[in-house]
Design a binder for this molecule. Structure first.
Ligand SMILES: [Mn+2]
Length: 310
């Protein structure tokens, strides 16, 4: 089996200098724009449930873990469309190799555009909603110089703006970085309206929730988040959403959890965290390989979770 770890080497090459990075980011922008004909495409990615999905949570610059996962993944199966890779966002910030990590996932997108889904995390922020700490721009400045670092950062923000917020696999699952939005909870909405709102003014608030929300074991539908942005969404939101739009589970990242995964809301919300190392204390990182053709796969969710430690 030819594995995918060659992509990491290629990313390391591109990361060596400013002009290769700029050229590559420009190329990625063209690819992403071609795929996105309208506002909905830019927001919601859709995938057929025909292949196994390999789902990876927050990486935050953990190139080692990414390399391990890719070394276990078949290039041929991905190339033949027999596998879909889904990344839940948060590629940069924290960690020495965040540039290489970002370039690796973008290279995967370039090589296999139909079978690689890169979702947006809160660390791939819109201009006016930056997380803290956000050390990606300062890493770029110290590595490539002030002006060139800024140029790469600005180009990165353009790329981040083109990453979808939600992956929809009909009758199976949805994947997003933070959580289900509460703004449109129990409203008369279509699936697209639930995730995008009915007007421009709802648009930004819902994006904030998708990127920042966390689940909480509560019968309240929402509680303000201790993060200072977004909400904690309770079980009523998950139950209403899954029932109304006919999905089985929600798969999300965003929280550093000890074993690399956790389950909320009776196993209907799965958190994956795929980074090892400080400043987090999780003993393991986890990812998921799900074959949606297996009947009631979601009822035995832990069977599909793979965990890693150093
Ligand atoms: Mn996050």
């Amino acid at each position: 089996m030819r594995s995918l770890d060659w992509v990491v080497k290629k990313a390391e090459e591109i990361s060596m200098d400013h002009s290769s990075i700029m050229k590559f980011l420009e190329e990625i922008l063209t690819i992403l724009k071609e795929k996105q004909k309208n506002r909905i495409d830019r927001w919601i990615a859709e995938s057929q449930p025909v292949t196994p999905f390999l789902i990876i949570g927050d990486l935050h610059g953990d190139l080692d873990t990414l390399r391990t996962i890719l070394s276990r993944t078949s290039h041929e199966r991905l190339a033949k469309g027999e596998l879909t890779l889904v990344f839940l966002g948060d590629y940069v910030d924290r960690g020495e190799y965040q540039v290489e990590t970002l370039l690796t996932v973008l290279l995967l997108k370039r090589e296999f555009p139909e079978n690689v889904i890169l979702l947006r995390g809160n660390h791939e922020p819109p201009e006016n909603l930056k997380p803290y700490p956000h050390d990606y721009p300062s890493i770029l400045r110290s590595r490539y110089g002030y002006i060139r670092g800024l140029e790469i950062y600005d180009k990165s923000l353009e790329v981040f703006n083109k990453l979808p917020l939600v992956l929809v696999v009909r009758n199976q699952f949805v994947a997003l970085h933070g959580g289900l939005p509460t703004q449109t909870f129990k409203k008369e909405v279509s699936l697209v309206e639930y995730f995008m709102g009915k007007s421009q003014s709802e648009y930004f608030e819902i994006m904030t929730e998708i990127l920042w929300n966390d689940p909480i074991e509560s019968s309240h539908y929402r509680i303000p988040s201790p993060r200072g942005v977004g909400y904690l969404f309770g079980r009523p939101v998950t139950e209403w959403f899954l029932h109304t739009f006919r999905f089985n589970v929600v798969i999300r990242g965003h929280e550093a959890v000890d074993r690399g995964f956790k389950l909320n809301h009776g196993g209907k919300v799965i958190t994956l965290f795929s980074r090892l190392g400080p400043p987090y204390y999780n003993s393991r990182a986890a990812y998921m390989v799900v074959d949606t053709s297996i009947e009631r796969w979601w009822a035995r969710i832990t069977n599909f979770i793979v965990s890693l430690s150093r």
